[in-house]
Design a binder for this molecule. Structure first.
Ligand code: FES
Length: 140
């Protein structure tokens, strides 16, 4: 871990990944503190524009977390999320940004350890990539 913290925006669905994050916290699991969590009701609520806006505002990475496929509380929301993230990655690449700065993970509500693992892993990956090339500093 380098000295400088990264800025990772995390959109987490209320029913699974946000609950897993909560569980990780109440279980006192340690994970990198580089993420800024935004709770959404379903991962399908995360429009590609939200992801791209976060990157254009200077986020080093964006994590989208939802329920496991088949477990979405709104039936097929995470299937839509998967497509939306793919679109966001494509547009990011067209804009000259590394699409691997965007990650989509399915983490169930009871899996606090998996949440901590994903955050640590993604933080490490973002650290290896270095600072975002975008010079806008909305997330300080
Ligand atoms: S409610 Fe969690 S992904 Fe839809």
């Amino acid at each position: 871990m380098s000295g400088k913290r990264k800025k990772i925006v995390a959109f987490l669905c209320n029913w699974c990944t946000y609950t897993a994050a909560d569980l990780a916290g109440t279980s006192r699991l340690k994970y990198e503190p580089d993420i800024r969590i935004l709770r959404v009701m379903c991962s399908s609520r995360v429009d590609p524009v939200f992801i791209l806006k976060a990157l254009m505002d200077g986020a080093d990475g964006v994590l989208v977390g939802g329920c496991e496929l088949g477990d979405c509380h709104y039936q097929r929301g995470n299937y839509y999320a998967r497509r939306k993230v793919a679109v966001a990655k494509k547009i990011a690449a067209d804009m000259g940004l590394d699409p691997e700065r965007i990650r989509l993970s399915w983490i169930s509500a009871s899996d606090g350890p998996r949440f901590a693992e994903v955050v640590n892993e993604f933080t490490r990956e973002i650290e290896e990539k270095g600072d975002t090339p975008v010079k806008h500093e909305a997330y300080v």
